[in-house]
Design a binder for this molecule. Structure first.
Ligand code: FAD
Ligand code: NDP
Length: 515
């Protein structure tokens, strides 16, 4: 009887647990693996667990190099420790501050002196993060994945060296290796004082004291999200914008997001760049910056300067040159095989997933799905490839911005202005009415070509929740006629999507009135 790889895995799964344990003794040496994953973040953990579920012998290595300010954290990678999770909790804390203000109009007796206590907030966030670190360790143990807290690097394509924090080395022989080392905050070292005095998002979530008056350098996802929640927590916040906020997004939507933040008290220093940072005798940071529009140098004092100027790959220490894995010289990221096996590098048994893979979205669900699908292809007989199109995302700014698909600019350049139809609406979330909150930035647009929805954009409360559902529809091939014939759920903000009917071309007022 011929039994293929997939059937063998299934049969093996049906064996009693004590028989399945035999796999650990079947290899000739305890340091021989089916899969070694370098990097225990979103992608690496997902891939390691999925491979182990297919009864493979798997090790995952994770090592956190401290931030420029010496911050360090536990297992789980960026998302868990210094990304999505602490960010979303702090965003929620800021939204609660707004909700407390709104509550007065709804009859709650709330003092005028509502204040956030940073130490309480950060302790709560950090203790949740630590519980997730522990949860990941338990899961790896329960799923039979060996976790090694050490820095991985290649000796050759089939040997990974692990160095622990005491410098002790171990060599792991493996059939396959997955590189899932993520990326790190980039702070421009040419700006005097930047590396010495500034923090990055890796530090912000672990600060014990409130950052105080803060300058955020950069104007993309991280700067706007962190700047947004700091301002919402009552902290004096300035965002320094080099070119435009959210430059890689639909520019009409980006403009609305930033305008709303400005109207809520976040200060924007437009077309400015930092020149130097120094510390004064009081321990505050003196920032010199240049206004690029008139070349003038100005100076201002802040308590904290945070750089959110992008995230770069740090791969020098894993010896990719030594084993011949091709990288993009500019991005320093690993080049995957775009035509056949998306996550495979040019070295046949070595793969890359997550943020370190060149030209792929830097998002947690992308890293997780790519990792799981790769494990299923390597060990489960699957042939399915990760689909990187129509990946939804949300910028968790005070008014969230959720999007799936193309911007209006992308659609115009691909199909021509006259061929696309843009349906749009300014709407008022019902919950804004009683406290008389300004709703002039709550906006939706659907970018369509013939009956295809190319892009859907929404600014408003819970935009992430709304766009998640619509992204499934788009993935399943939703058409504009299908969406506009769907029945809404009343009263919600999401129903405004299925009620869209005014085109930009018509020039009619897109403000939704009535119920
Ligand atoms: P990572 O999660 O970065 O994991 C890589 C791991 O490998 C790290 O633990 C690293 O220390 C370790 N490592 C590196 N080199 C080695 C080595 N040589 N040996 C051993 N270990 C090594 N995404 C979203 O989808 N939604 C969000 O809301 C969101 N918010 C974010 C907010 C912030 C502030 C940031 C910074 C990111 C956010 N992201 C968000 C992006 C998301 O965190 C990343 O896309 C995701 O974590 C990438 O996963 P990864 O597995 O590629 O890498
Ligand atoms: P980005 O690369 O998206 O943006 C970098 C920002 O810094 C830009 O505004 C850029 O300006 C500016 N900048 C770069 N260099 C300088 C400099 N020398 N001086 C002044 N300004 C500078 O990086 P982020 O760090 O915001 O985000 C990284 C990735 O993390 C995102 O692409 C995203 O995938 C992921 N992420 C996802 C989140 C989510 O899902 N909600 C949240 C946070 C991060 P300019 O435009 O002029 O180049």
């Amino acid at each position: 009887m011929i039994v293929n790889k997939h059937c063998r895995a299934l049969l093996f799964k049906r064996l009693p647990k004590h028989c399945r344990q035999l796999k650990y003794f079947s290899s000739s040496s305890s340091d021989e693996y089916d899969l070694v994953v370098i990097g225990g973040g979103s992608g690496g953990l997902a891939c390691a667990k999925a491979a182990s579920q297919l009864d493979k012998k798997v090790a995952v290595l994770d090592f956190v190099t401290p931030s420029t300010q010496g911050t360090t954290w536990g297992l789980g990678g960026t998302c868990v420790n210094v990304g999505c999770i602490p960010k979303k909790l702090m965003h929620h804390a800021a939204l609660l501050g707004q909700a407390v203000k709104d509550a007065r109009a709804y009859g709650w007796n709330v003092s005028d002196q509502v204040q956030n206590d940073w130490a309480t907030l950060s302790t709560a966030v950090q203790s949740h993060v630590k519980s997730l670190n522990w949860g990941h360790r338990v899961q790896l143990h329960n799923k039979g994945v060996e976790y090694i807290n050490g820095l991985g690097s290649f000796v050759d394509a089939k040997t990974v060296k692990v160095t622990d924090q005491n410098g002790k080395e171990r060599h792991l022989r493996t059939k396959h290796a997955v590189i899932a080392v993520g990326v790190k905050p980039y702070i421009p070292s040419e700006i005097p004082g930047a590396l010495e005095y500034a923090i990055s998002s890796d530090d912000l979530f672990w600060l014990k004291k409130s950052p105080g008056k803060t300058l955020m350098v950069g104007a993309s996802y991280i700067a706007l999200e962190c700047g947004g929640f700091l301002n919402g927590l009552g902290i004096d916040t300035t965002i320094m914008v080099r070119s435009r906020p959210l430059r890689q997004f639909d520019q009409q939507m980006a403009g609305l997001v930033a305008d709303y933040m400005e109207s809520e008290g976040t200060r924007f220093l437009k077309t400015c760049v930092p020149v130097s940072i120094d510390k004064n005798r009081e321990g505050q940071l003196v920032v010199k910056y240049e206004d690029l529009s008139n070349r003038q140098i100005q100076e201002e004092i802040f308590d904290t300067v945070m750089f959110a100027t992008g995230r770069h790959a740090v791969i020098k220490n894993i010896n990719l040159e030594g084993i011949g894995v091709k990288i993009d010289e500019g991005a320093q990221k690993i080049i995957g095989d775009h035509d056949n096996d998306h996550e495979r590098t040019n070295v046949p048994n070595i793969y890359a997933i997550g943020d370190i893979l060149h030209r792929r979205p830097e998002l947690t669900p992308v890293a997780i799905m790519a990792g799981q699908m790769l494990a299923e292809r390597l060990f489960g007989g699957s042939q399915l490839q990760m689909n990187y199109d129509l990946v939804p995302t949300t910028v968790f700014t005070p008014l969230e911005y959720g999007v799936v698909g193309m911007s209006e600019e992308e659609a115009t350049s691909k199909y021509g202005k006259d061929s696309i139809e843009v349906y749009h609406a300014f709407y008022t979330p019902l919950e804004f009415v009683v406290p008389q909150r300004k709703a002039s930035h709550c906006y939706i647009k659907a970018v369509c070509f013939e009956d295809r929805v190319l892009g859907l954009h929404l600014i408003g409360p819970n935009a992430g929740e709304v766009i998640q559902g619509f992204s499934v529809a788009l993935r399943c091939g939703a058409t504009w006629s299908g969406i506009s014939r769907s029945v809404g759920i009343h009263p919600t903000s999401a129903e405004e999507v299925v009620k869209l009917h005014i085109t930009k071309r018509s020039g009619l007022d897109p403000t939704v009135t009535g119920c």
